[in-house]
Design a protein around this ligand. Structure first.
Ligand code: FDP
Length: 314
């Protein structure tokens, strides 16, 4: 990959890198706008009031909960980007139409602040984004043209793919995203597992799968934040995250459009896999914005093994 004159490859910033990817100017613009929005989200996370919607500040103005504020930041940026057709967010009940003309436009499904219940205990949270060409958001995730997440941890990192591998950028002291990892790849199997959900509500099949992971020497590595937990699996290049069906919630907890599809797209691009136990997450045809699904995502062989346990073949 050619570098900007005077810069080594790993100092290249997001915009310069995207311009080298042979994609439309609109898509470059969109990804950069989302990256810009994330700078305001991280500022809100670092300095904002902690999830006290409905309370007033010193001036008697109503305070917004951080997830609501993050949603407004993202939505405003997307609306004014000039390249977005439809927007769906975990914080909105309906699709927000910016324009009905799909020409050269993209639609975006996002979770502005995933894991917001972790902010008050100062754990890592993130923004998750899926990008579709045109105006249709209710398509299988495999139709996405790009996906990304921004992780607000001790450092801020942005991990994206437009179907040409997975790249990680990290925010520097000037609040620019510069390339820190390219062509992120998952190993076929790993020794980390991150299991969401209350274990006493696991089905017998999931219980047996967990015991299998423990027997093979996998270590528990679960923070309770989907973005940092996936980031760990992806950047260590091994292991599995799961949020299974529970006895009282057969579709698990995590949402297909806002959480699972973007992460499944990124993990598949890194050579991993993501399934609901029956079919790949990216092949699920969504029947609504709020659709949920069980998920097993990470190293390919570990995800396949989950399927074997769930389908009684193990
Ligand atoms: P949160 O409720 O804190 O917003 O989907 C949201 C999410 O967090 C994910 O980030 C996380 O993986 C999951 O829920 C955690 O759920 P459990 O506490 O049930 O494990």
């Amino acid at each position: 990959m050619p570098s900007e004159p005077g810069k080594t490859k790993f100092q290249i910033d997001l915009r310069a890198h995207l311009r080298e990817q042979n994609i439309s100017d609109n898509l470059v613009h969109l990804i950069c706008e989302i990256a810009e929005a994330s700078k305001y989200v991280i500022n809100a996370v670092r300095t904002g009031d902690l999830g006290v919607a409905g309370t007033s500040n010193l001036y008697g103005e109503e305070q917004l909960a951080l997830d609501v504020l993050s949603d407004r930041i993202m939505r405003k940026r997307l609306i004014h980007s000039g390249v977005v057709c439809n927007i769906a967010s975990e914080e909105m009940e309906e699709i927000y139409q910016v324009t009905s003309n799909p020409q050269g436009m993209f639609s975006v499904a996002y979770d502005p602040l995933d894991g917001s219940s972790l902010v008050d205990v100062n754990l890592a949270v993130g923004t998750i984004v899926g990008i579709y060409q045109g105006c249709d958001l209710l398509q299988p995730g495999r139709k996405m043209v790009g996906a990304m997440y921004i992780l607000y941890g001790p450092r801020v990192s942005l991990v994206y793919s437009i179907g040409k591998g997975v790249y990680e950028f990290t925010m520097n002291q000037l609040m620019e995203f510069t390339l820190t990892k390219e062509d992120v790849q998952m190993k076929p199997s790993g020794d980390i597992y991150a299991p969401g959900g209350l274990r006493k509500k696991y089905t017998e099949e999931n219980e047996r799968f967990i015991r299998h992971l423990e027997d093979k020497g996998s270590k528990l590595r679960y923070s309770g934040g989907f973005v940092p937990d996936i980031n760990q699996v992806m950047m260590k290049g091994k292991g599995i995250f799961m949020y299974p069906a529970l006895t009282d919630s057969p579709n698990g907890k995590l949402r297909l459009l806002f959480e699972l599809n973007p992460m499944a797209y990124l993990i598949e691009q890194a050579g991993g896999a993501a399934t609901n136990g029956k079919i790949p997450i990216l092949d699920i045809v969504p029947d609504g914005l709020d659709q949920r699904a069980p998920v097993y995502i990470g190293s390919r062989e570990d995800v396949e093994k989950a399927g074997e346990f769930l389908n009684g073949h193990a």
